[in-house]
Design a protein around this ligand. Structure first.
Ligand code: PMT
Length: 402
């Protein structure tokens, strides 16, 4: 798979360094020439001998190695590389790279590299969320680095939270996408909606839902990586705005509808991953509602929101329309009903009663129902992998139309 690919794998000094061995083994088995560069701290977590045996190439820790064939280590190692990936990347190494510091073989090699750059940060939650680390990661993104964010889970420090290196299989899939990019959506204009809508009650309160936007953002990024032009219409989320994607933030269902209608004619594919509020408050208060002593109740009158997907279904000309369904029960029955009622071409059903799928988690498992009667079930996987599964179904459907 990776014959003729040279990959420089940088490893910095975190507990997740041991997982690099599996990645080196997988890349090597698939034909890549893997050259490992360890920071001195990484060599405390995993021995160069292990990586050398797996990669069958000398491993660099010390900048000042001498031996037959060695020139200037940090230049020679990266000069004809197809990819430089740092897995795991500690807060310290990320900070040095962001600042352009070159105080060891790996950070020096980064400055000399002209190939695509990939980084998978892994660290304690507070270190990851620290504004300094976040700013440094954003700096790398702005410079075009591919950043694979950490996931939530049990960390080596005993805490549970964000900062864990993603599963090796997910990292391998991300590396494969970078090394063998699919461009099968080039020339297509995508509209993707993501996140929740918010419907105001008064100036300080609103009705919303648990959507984090992760699924929709993963779809937007996957479509972009496969060559599509993407407009992402997003409700409020805490996610960074994806690079290389046109981005339109909205708040209410009415604003999302207006944005979708405006873009619709120029779109080839629309994917409605957003969780749109079905109802809004009929008369939002202009001023903050006050608690009163005379009653224990408050009654809000709700009115139906426009159904954006159904409206797009009604106006469909050439567009391929993909809806979602978030269900807690009778998933298949309700999904099939929505597919037909909203004139979608594909309907992606999420069983949101599961802890590992649907709202605000990093993984998903979906079943896609097609207007042609097919049913495709994805494996439980990262939302990025699920996004590619959905896009494969979109591509197959487009191929059938041609
Ligand atoms: O954002 P995450 O935390 O990653 O979670 C992902 C997700 C669970 C939000 C997402 O994968 C998902 O299932 N999105 C659809 C949620 C939803 O609103 O489902 P629904 O069954 O209520 O709506 C069906 C479809 O109609 C959806 O495509 C929805 O965007 C659309 N809709 C619904 C109501 C409305 N007024 N207008 C719409 O367009």
């Amino acid at each position: 798979m990776f014959a003729n690919k040279k990959i420089v794998l940088g490893i910095s000094g975190g507990i997740a360094a041991y997982k690099a061995a599996d990645i080196v083994s997988w890349l090597t088995k698939n034909g890549a020439a893997v050259h490992c560069m360890l920071t001195p701290n990484a060599a405390e977590f995993i021995t160069p001998q292990v990586l050398q045996a797996l990669s069958q190439h000398p491993v660099v820790v010390d900048e000042f190695v001498n031996g037959p064939g060695w020139g200037i280590v940090h230049i020679d190692t990266v000069q004809d590389a197809d990819l430089l990936a740092i897995i795991p990347a500690t807060a310290n190494t990320i900070a040095k790279i962001a600042a352009g510091i070159a105080d060891n073989a790996l950070t020096s090699a980064v400055l000399a590299a002209t190939c695509p750059l990939f980084i998978a940060p892994a660290m304690n939650t507070h270190m990851y969320q620290n504004p300094a680390t976040q700013r440094n990661i954003q700096t790398l993104k702005d410079r075009g680095w591919h950043v694979m964010p950490p996931v939530s889970g049990h960390l080596a420090c005993g805490a549970v939270g964000e900062g864990k290196l993603p599963d090796v299989a997910d990292i391998e899939a991300a590396l494969q996408r970078l090394l063998l990019p699919k461009r099968d959506l080039a020339g297509l204009q995508f509209l993707v909606t993501a996140g929740p809508t918010i419907e105001p009650i008064d100036p300080v309160r609103y009705i919303s839902n648990k959507s984090s936007g992760k699924m929709g953002y993963a779809i937007a990024e996957a479509a972009r990586d496969r060559g599509a032009q993407v407009l992402l219409v997003s409700g409020h989320t805490n996610l960074p705005r994806p690079a290389g994607v046109e981005y339109l933030p909205v708040d209410s269902a009415a604003a999302m509808l207006a944005a979708c209608l405006e873009a619709y004619d120029g779109c080839d594919v629309v994917i409605k991953a957003a969780a749109v509020a079905d109802y809004r408050v009929a008369e939002p208060a202009a001023q903050k509602l006050k608690k009163t002593d005379d009653t224990d109740e408050m009654v809000l009158r709700l009115v139906k929101n426009p159904d954006i997907l159904a409206e797009l279904g009604r106006r469909k000309t050439h567009q391929l329309l993909v809806g979602f369904a978030a269900e807690t029960n009778n998933v298949e029955e309700y999904a099939r009903q929505k597919l037909a009622k909203k004139h979608a071409d594909l309907l992606v059903a999420n069983d949101v009663s599961r802890a590992d799928a649907g709202f605000d988690v990093d993984t998903n498992q979906v079943t896609i129902f097609t207007a042609a009667g097919d049913k495709l079930t994805s494996p439980l996987a990262s939302k990025r992998q699920t996004a590619d599964f959905i896009l494969d179904a979109v591509r197959a459907r487009l191929d059938k139309q041609q």
